[in-house]
Design a protein. Structure first.
Ligand SMILES: Nc1ncnc2c1ncn2[C@@H]1O[C@H](COP(=O)(O)OP(=O)(O)O)[C@@H](O)[C@H]1O
Ligand SMILES: [Mg+2]
Length: 299
């Protein structure tokens, strides 16, 4: 698959603090690329560098087949739609008037504006003042502004931030639809479940470093299942010095391989703890993510 964005050793240092550390990004063409990481992990800084809004301290960026430089940026920007941090748009103007500003700056046709508004389902609200829009509508207007130029690449920084589940679902459906039309969509979030269902490829950041990049299936391949042991006497099981969490009718041991499973079962059986059922359960993607980011683990 050809890549729309690649970086090598991309690094940004603020004084002594390294916000983005030697990032090798690989964003394939025509996918939704979910850029995940806790707050402060370096997502916005990375996206700003990809758009030429912030100069990298070191490293290379290649976007749409060209090295990103001051000169190439001017050429590339008409092909890149973006929304960084808060949604743009003047509250005292209508949605349409805001779009007209974008139209003038980029020399777009009215048909392009109509199409972008229709895609984000704002046609019927276009003559309302933006200050009366819901947050979801403001986010969608921001996406329409990014989309009107018919970009090859969309870079959206936390477009689902603060939305309710219905609003998140709406953005998710929209971005998957855009990727289906061949637009590459790079979208960041600090919430895995907001991204999980739409992203074909995930890049996970922690403390400025990429700790995982690949498909959801590849991420799951790194997970270690939990073990559930059903017993009428969880306390007796816990008394055997096993690190486990009590659950209704048993205990749960996280991240345990087959060899350790055999040892635990043996120890409980020898101690006379009644065992009704033993089963391994897949970690949730959330657990995998938390393991990677919260506990600072490396794959
Ligand atoms: N202009 C700046 N000056 C100094 N530090 C910054 C600046 N921008 C971001 N940072 C720091 O860089 C780190 C990454 O920030 P950011 O890219 O905004 O993370 P995220 O978008 O993942 O929340 C944070 O520690 C933040 O405080
Ligand atoms: Mg951010």
């Amino acid at each position: 698959m050809s890549a729309v964005i690649t970086t090598h050793g991309l690094t940004k240092t603020f004084k002594s603090h390294t916000a983005v550390d030697s990032l090798d990004l690989h964003v394939p063409q025509g996918v939704v690329y979910g850029f995940l990481g806790p707050n402060g992990s370096g997502k916005s800084t990375t996206m700003k560098m990809l758009l030429g809004l912030t100069q990298p301290t070191s490293g290379d960026i290649n976007v749409l087949g060209q090295p990103l430089t001051r000169a190439s940026r001017t050429e590339l920007l008409p092909s890149i739609g973006s929304m960084i941090e808060a949604p743009p748009g003047y509250g005292h103007l209508t949605g349409r008037e805001n779009m007209r500003i974008v139209q003038g700056m980029l020399d777009l046709s009215s048909a392009q504006i109509d199409r972008a508004l229709a895609t984000v389902r704002l046609t019927e609200h276009q003559h309302k003042l933006v200050r009366n829009y819901s947050l979801g509508m403001k986010q969608r207007l921001g996406i329409a502004m990014a989309l009107a130029r018919d970009p090859a690449l969309l870079v959206l920084d936390e477009p689902t931030n603060g939305l309710d589940p219905a609003g998140i679902e709406e953005i998710r459906t929209l971005l998957v639809h855009l990727a289906g039309r061949g637009i590459t969509v790079m979208v960041s979030s600090h919430m895995l479940d907001e991204i999980d269902k739409m992203a074909g490829v995930l890049g996970i950041l922690a403390n400025g470093r990429m700790i995982f990049q690949g498909t959801r299936d590849e991420l799951f391949a790194h997970s270690i299942p939990d073990l559930i042991i059903e017993t009428p006497d969880p306390q007796a099981a816990l008394a055997q010095g096993i690190t486990a969490t009590p659950i209704p009718r048993g205990i749960r041991i996280s991240g345990i391989d087959k060899h350790q499973t055999a040892q635990v079962v043996h120890r409980l059986a020898v101690a006379g703890v009644p065992i009704h059922e033993v089963r391994r359960v897949q970690q949730s993607l959330e657990d995998v993510f938390m393991d990677l980011t919260g506990r600072g683990g490396m794959l």
